[in-house]
Design a protein around this ligand. Structure first.
Ligand SMILES: CCCCCCCCCC/C=C\CCCCCCC/C=C/C(=O)SCCNC(=O)CCNC(=O)[C@H](O)C(C)(C)COP(=O)(O)OP(=O)(O)OC[C@H]1O[C@@H](n2cnc3c(N)ncnc32)[C@H](O)[C@@H]1OP(=O)(O)O
Ligand SMILES: Cc1cc2nc3c(=O)[nH]c(=O)nc-3n(C[C@H](O)[C@H](O)[C@H](O)COP(=O)(O)OP(=O)(O)OC[C@H]3O[C@@H](n4cnc5c(N)ncnc54)[C@H](O)[C@@H]3O)c2cc1C
Length: 674
């Protein structure tokens, strides 16, 4: 390592001291955060498997060209599949492997959306035909819904599937430029098949958007089939990031597919061209989106905890100012402003882990209900998955960026791992539903629920508190000192009252307006805030529920209680204007909340490094010189710099053509290339 000894840089492990100060049993917390002993063992085993396999190396992702990045991602996906088959990995193990490989690729869409949609919308016969192929990756599928002209407005899609009874086929067509399929992941270069959402037209009548399977590339040589135009849509935000994915474009010029390629579980077209609906809700056609949204919620904590691990470890290593009288300089993690920006994110990563566990339960529950033809809680599940997807991804993306800033200048280097993490994560605010659109869906659900409450229906699940709306809109908060805020029922009532009051205010406004759709649009910023308040309440209530349970491991429950209080009070102080404007809190009560929040920072401080260790991210997974487990930040930043291709030559390429003429003032000479 060049020059390091001469510069007097020593290895110093500040993190060992930090770890020694932890006040809880870290291993027990690891097991809790993994979801149980079995899950912990699977995660550890698979994380190590990926970390030790050179094919899954990822250090150079931000440096290489898009073409190389993409080819490499194909190699990684193929290698992963080989390991899955050779070792006979279970679905759980395979999913963990996908996560630890940490690189978006076509298999996400194949398994996550193509197969999920087939399971939800194909008849048994169709499943038999397509799933068998799909499960062994003999075909690769993508989810081709969004078009150049429409993404959010699914009912506005323009691709047509017109039934031709004379041949018993549908004719897929892209009638306009804006009907070009645009964005589907895996479509650009990898997929052989696409699940195409198109307007079903039969007997000259348009029955709206339905799903069809279309083969788009040859299974022999991967060449696009006749009259199919397909390709990649181009480079996306950031280096590395989501660029390993081939988001694609697709056009059909009167391409014929057999009638049986329409997914017919929810609706079908007969040989004679008659359209018939099943008695199941048409919204089941959106099932793959619900599945991925819950997956995205479960994944948010992983991304946020990665950024927070890097920022906490680095903040404990980094020292600035105050090194007088032989004392070491201050660790930046000890500055109150650093704690104020960082510790709420740490608490949020824990909160999202807990809500992610609950979300998985909710999805399993609704799947069982749907299998028994019980569709009663579909609207609530839609609102929960959409709303939580929206708030968790927005907060996580902003949180990653905040962590980058918390790492000062070094955070801006790709070696910190944070720029790439942000670039890979930030599209989650848009895909699977733009986050504002999704909150507006939650708002509609809240207004509907309040109307039902007014007519005597008891709301259930996460909306149950709205059944208590009379009380919540009239009660006053009784906090008179900071410590009162540590009472879970005080916290819960505050969040319920804020959410109920915001929703009721909007509902009254809309109800009194002559045109309710116009009023909804006029009020949409307030509706979005009401929806956000409702979703934050869900997270707070799930965290409180969990923190009240007994857990094995010394100090684990106490840490969760601290983080739960910190999470709730950080939300409350950040959104204090909501609590004040609805009249539930006074300014003094908000001040008490701020004081209590500061006291909680002091409880978190001695445990901060151990609390991030409990997420158990390997150095390979973090991919960060700043977030290394051993805290040996400077050595690895220094070493890393020398690996940069720019440092391969001592005198840079381009010196003779472009630098030397400037330095020698020969810009206009006969040999100058400038
Ligand atoms: C190593 C190998 C191992 C491999 C392992 C791999 C495993 C992979 C697992 C992956 C897990 C996680 C991975 C994450 C990766 C993520 C990749 C993501 C890629 C991105 C994909 C996409 O983006 S796909 C496209 C998504 N598009 C959208 O989300 C569009 C958003 N718009 C909409 O959803 C709707 O149209 C909208 C909600 C805006 C409604 O519009 P509207 O016009 O009003 O619609 P209508 O059709 O009229 O419906 C209104 C009524 O329907 C109700 N409703 C709406 N949506 C739903 C729903 N989803 N469920 C139930 N009900 C719904 C709505 O409430 C209305 O009801 P009402 O009663 O009539 O009011
Ligand atoms: C990385 C990535 C991967 C993707 N993968 C896939 C895929 O595999 N398959 C697929 O089909 N699609 C995919 N998509 C597309 C994605 O689902 C859409 O981009 C997304 O649903 C948003 O739709 P849009 O682009 O039409 O945004 P728009 O709806 O055009 O949004 C633009 C702006 O308008 C606002 N807006 C729109 N309508 C309203 C309204 N009614 N009220 C208030 N504000 C409004 C939005 O909030 C936003 O600010 C992907 C997108 C990305 C970025």
């Amino acid at each position: 390592m060049e020059g390091i000894e001469e510069r007097g840089v020593k290895e110093v492990d500040y993190l060992a001291e930090e770890r020694a100060g932890a006040q809880f049993h870290v291993h027990s917390m690891k097991i809790f955060l993994a979801g149980g002993q079995h899950e912990y063992e699977v995660s550890t085993r698979i994380a190590n498997l990926v970390a030790n396999d050179p094919v899954f190396a990822k250090e150079d992702r931000a440096r290489i060209s898009r073409k190389e990045l993409y080819k490499n991602s194909l190699k990684k996906a193929g290698h992963a599949w080989k390991i899955i088959l050779e070792k006979g990995l279970t679905e759980e193990e395979s999913m963990r492997m996908r996560a630890f490989i940490d690189e978006p690729n076509y298999t996400d869409l194949h398994w996550g959306m193509f197969i999920t949609a087939l399971k939800g919308q194909a008849t048994e016969e169709q499943q038999h035909k397509w799933l068998r192929q799909a499960y062994k990756l003999a075909i690769i599928g993508c989810y081709a819904q969004t078009e150049l002209g429409h993404g959010s407005n699914v009912q506005g899609l323009e691709t047509t599937a017109t039934f031709d009874p004379s041949t018993d086929e549908f004719v897929l067509n892209s009638p306009t430029l804006t009907s070009t399929k645009w964005w589907p992941g895996g479509l650009g270069k990898a997929s052989t098949h696409a699940l195409v959402y198109a307007r079903l037209i039969t007997d000259s009548q348009d029955y709206g958007v339905h799903a069809f399977i279309a083969q788009i590339r040859s299974l022999d040589d991967h060449i696009p089939l006749p009259n199919v135009t397909v390709g990649d849509i181009g480079v996306k935000f950031g280096n590395g990031g989501y660029n390993s994915m081939d988001n694609g474009l697709l056009r059909f010029d009167h391409v014929r597919i057999p009638r049986e390629n329409m997914l017919m579980k929810l609706a079908r077209v007969t040989e004679q061209g008659k359209y018939e609906r099943s008695n199941k809700p048409r919204q089941l056609g959106y099932g793959a989106m619900v599945y991925i949204r819950q997956g995205i919620v479960a994944e948010a904590s992983v991304y946020l905890s990665r950024a927070v691990t890097i920022a906490v470890r680095y903040s404990a290593v980094r020292r600035q100012f105050g090194g007088k009288d032989d004392k070491a300089e201050v660790q930046v993690i000890d500055y109150r402003t650093q704690q104020h920006r960082l510790f709420p994110l740490l608490a949020t990563a824990y909160a999202y882990r807990i809500v992610g566990f609950w979300m998985k339960w909710l999805y399993a529950d609704v799947t069982e209900r749907l299998n028994n033809n019980d569709f009663s809680n579909l609207p609530e599940v839609h609102a929960c998955t959409a709303g939580l997807k929206s708030i968790t991804t927005s907060v996580t993306a902003d949180g990653i960026e905040q962590c980058r800033k918390l790492c000062g200048g070094h955070g801006y280097l790709c070696a910190s791992g944070l720029p790439e993490l942000y670039a890979a994560y930030v599209p989650a605010c848009t895909y699977e539903g733009d986050n504002t659109i999704l909150l507006l869906q939650v708002a509609r659900f809240l207004l509907k629920t309040l109307t039902q409450v007014a007519s005597g229906t008891k709301p259930v699940g996460t909306a149950a508190y709205l059944g208590n709306v009379q009380h919540l809109t009239s009660v006053n908060c009784e906090v008179s000192q900071g410590k009162d805020w540590l009472n879970p029922s005080v916290l819960l009532e505050a969040f319920e009252a804020r959410s109920a009051r915001m929703a009721v205010a909007c509902a009254m406004h809309v109800a009194e307006a002559p045109d309710s759709e116009l009023a909804f649009e006029e009020l949409s910023p307030e509706l979005v805030e009401a929806a956000r308040a409702h979703c934050q309440l869900i997270v707070v209530s799930k965290f409180i529920e969990q923190a009240q349970k007994d857990l094995p491991g010394e100090g684990v429950k106490q840490q969760l209680e601290v983080l739960c209080n910190l999470y709730a009070l950080s939300l409350l102080t950040t959104h204090s204007s909501d609590f004040l404007a609805t009249g539930y809190l006074t300014g003094t009560q908000v001040s008490h909340a701020k004081d209590q929040q500061k006291a909680l920072f002091s409880c978190v401080r001695p445990n901060a490094v151990a609390l991030v260790d409990a997420f158990d991210h390997t150095d390979h997974y973090l991919g960060s010189a700043l977030g290394r487990y051993d805290g040996d930040v400077y050595t690895h930043l220094y070493k890393g710099a020398w690996k940069d291709p720019l440092n391969e030559s001592v005198v840079t390429e381009g010196y003779h053509e472009y630098l030397r003429p400037v330095l020698t003032q020969q810009l206009w000479g006969p040999t100058s290339k400038l």
